[in-house]
Design a protein around this ligand. Structure first.
Ligand SMILES: NC(=O)c1ccc[n+]([C@@H]2O[C@H](COP(=O)([O-])OP(=O)(O)OC[C@H]3O[C@@H](n4cnc5c(N)ncnc54)[C@H](OP(=O)(O)O)[C@@H]3O)[C@@H](O)[C@H]2O)c1
Length: 286
């Protein structure tokens, strides 16, 4: 797929804005659509244009990327009035990078295939920073041919783009990865609180963890967030609660999986709009 491929981009949230910007910076003309108007003001690039509906986006672009919240958003965008599937056009490729249920993904893939549209589920690991720097990890499900065609696009967004199987497989891989994310987040929060109870400075504990064999980028970022009392969402807590519910629907019933689902679900009402590591505020109250 050459550099002039026109791309339609649906969803200008925390991830959608930096990801679509990267493609414009790489020279792709990008037509954007967002349900709520005004988010387009984030763009000053000359290669961008605004669309009024998902249907128009699909008609006018060869490849369409969707990056929205959840199953409901995907259903609205694919099957709603002026949705992607209302157009009757064929031969295009839709890349759904949202973290959604594998079953909904398979259903959308079937509907697309009936219309001669190729569908890839291609959720990402990484957050806003990785979206800005093109260092996400993409895990895709769908036909190998379609995956290879859009690989150049995925390469601009990621440091690794890997096809893991048929439609739905990308979503299942993502749910596995995010289960670990939930376990690590709750684990970090629990040990910080435990150390505090025993008179150990949080800064010292984090310094030890970061310099130990367990130190990693994620724990460093979330440790700094705890130290700076900064719970502004990079990855909203409501999204991990959603992902863990989806993992349960996909069969996750392990001891840790069950525990973190309970914790994040309980935390969601109060801290859903804050960052995933705001789970520490919920645990602190227990
Ligand atoms: N943030 C992260 O660190 C991160 C990392 C990896 C993966 N993800 C996943 O990536 C996806 C997007 O995350 P995000 O952080 O960018 O989310 P976000 O900031 O909450 O943005 C959500 C986007 O979805 C749109 N949307 C929601 N419901 C919709 C509906 N019914 N119809 C049409 N559009 C709808 C929103 O449109 P409006 O502006 O109109 O509300 C917005 O553009 C999620 O599946 C998330 O789990 C996020």
């Amino acid at each position: 797929m050459n550099i002039k491929t026109t791309i339609g981009w649906i969803g200008l949230g925390r991830m959608g804005i930096p990801m679509s910007k990267r493609l414009m910076d790489e020279g792709y003309p990008v037509m954007v659509y967002n349900r709520t108007k005004g988010k387009e003001e984030a763009f000053t690039e000359s290669l961008f244009s605004i669309s009024s509906s998902p249907a128009e986006i699909l008609k006018k672009n060869e490849v369409v990327v969707v990056m929205v919240s959840d199953d409901k958003a995907i259903q609205d965008i694919f099957t709603g009035p002026f949705g992607l599937l209302s157009t009757g056009v064929s031969g295009k490729i839709i890349i759904n990078m949202s973290t959604i249920s594998p079953d909904v993904s398979k259903e959308m893939a079937l509907l697309c295939n009936k219309q001669g549209i190729h569908y890839l589920d291609a959720p990402v690991s990484g957050s806003v920073k990785q979206a800005e720097t093109g260092t996400l990890v993409v895990m895709a499900g769908g036909e190998e041919d379609a995956f290879q065609k859009v690989r150049p696009i995925l390469n601009h967004l990621s440091k690794l783009a890997i096809r893991v199987g048929a439609n739905g497989a990308g979503n299942n891989a993502k749910l596995a990865v995010n289960t670990l994310l939930g376990i690590m987040s709750q684990g970090l929060a629990e040990v910080v609180l435990f150390a505090q109870q025993n008179g150990i400075q949080t800064e010292d504990l984090l310094n030890i963890i970061n310099n130990s064999a367990m130190g990693n980028v994620y724990l460093k970022i979330k440790g700094d967030a705890i130290l700076n009392d900064n719970f502004q969402a990079a990855f909203a807590l409501k999204h991990i609660a959603k992902d863990l519910r989806l993992a349960k629907q996909s069969g996750l019933k392990s001891p840790l999986g069950t525990t973190i689902l309970k914790t994040f679900q309980e935390a969601e009402a109060e801290y859903g709009e804050e960052d995933i590591i705001a789970v520490i505020k919920k645990l602190e109250k227990e």
